[in-house]
Design a protein around this ligand. Structure first.
Ligand SMILES: NC(=O)c1ccc[n+]([C@@H]2O[C@H](COP(=O)([O-])OP(=O)(O)OC[C@H]3O[C@@H](n4cnc5c(N)ncnc54)[C@H](O)[C@@H]3O)[C@@H](O)[C@H]2O)c1
Length: 252
């Protein structure tokens, strides 16, 4: 078995947080499994990271709401790489509709992607990590789980809060088996997709009026935090959720 660690990131072929995390973990020296519901971009992005970092990458199309496929992908990674060291649950979905008007489709889709998808990936990755006696899970939650605000969809906020609880219990169960489980809760993280749907003034106003550091977050900010949590430097940290919001919602 190779000594090189293997990391799997969900929803890693977009222009946002997942892509930045996958690239950073490759820069950290890991073999990276790029998974995403978008099959073509999944392969293209894995190739791009391999070209840029020189690391081995694999592309595995994966919709995290498909539990059978999740199980197959986790098994395939271990068959092909011999190990699975890091799982980053990045896939997320948000649609802002008031509770009193929310479609059942929005509710179920949010819970399916944000919560069930995270659970499925942990459910089928953890047995491999437990068998290895080592592993590391980082779940991407959101400050939406903490804030009292109309800015986040309620289904999204509820699912992301559940991810924090799932993180804590999974950490308690698996710490003695050598597996750490943490979460991060980003505030607004700017990316090319969001730039197309929100006016520039929105980002400028957020940076000026809400952020203590005078800017919105970038995917790399979150990638750096995940890189730390996934590393041995964070060996004494488990069960935590770290906010990363430029001071927009400090959480103690
Ligand atoms: N962007 C923000 O401001 C922000 C803030 C707080 C939390 N988050 C969380 O961070 C994570 C990443 O968000 P992002 O905005 O950076 O997007 P991203 O670019 O990391 O993810 C987009 C990708 O998700 C993929 N995807 C969508 N549904 C999927 C599914 N069911 N299975 C697998 N892949 C799927 C898409 O194909 C796309 O490539 C999400 O969990 C989100 O809730 C984002």
């Amino acid at each position: 078995m190779s000594d090189q660690k293997v990391a799997l990131v969900t929803a890693a072929a977009g222009v946002g947080i997942g892509g930045a995390i996958a690239r950073q973990l490759a820069l950290d020296g890991m073999t990276v499994v790029v998974t995403d519901a978008h099959e073509r971009r999944c392969g293209e992005y894995a190739d791009k990271i391999a070209d840029e970092t020189g690391q081995k990458t694999l592309a595995m199309p994966l919709d995290v709401t498909d539990a059978e496929r999740v199980e197959q992908v986790m098994n395939d990674v271990v068959d092909q790489c011999g190990r699975l060291d890091v799982l980053v649950n990045n896939a997320g979905f948000n649609k802002i509709e008031p509770v009193s008007e929310m479609s059942l489709e929005t509710w179920h889709k949010s819970l399916d992607i944000d919560l069930n998808g995270t659970f499925y990936c942990m459910r089928f990755a953890l047995p491999h990590m437990i068998k290895q006696g080592a592993g590391n899970v980082v779940n991407i939650s959101s400050i939406g789980a903490w804030e009292c605000s109309k800015e986040h969809g309620s289904a999204y906020a509820a699912a992301k809060a559940a991810v924090m609880a799932l993180t804590r219990v999974a950490a308690a169960e698996n710490g003695p088996l050598g597996v750490r489980v943490n979460a991060v809760a980003p505030g607004l993280i700017y990316n090319d997709f969001l730039r197309k749907i929100y006016p520039t003034e929105f980002f400028e106003g957020y940076a000026k009026d809400r952020s203590y550091v005078g800017r919105v977050g970038e995917p790399q900010d979150v990638a750096d935090l995940v890189s730390f949590l996934a590393s041995d430097k964070a060996g004494y940290i488990t069960g935590e959720t770290y906010g990363i919001s430029g001071g927009v919602f400090p959480h103690g």
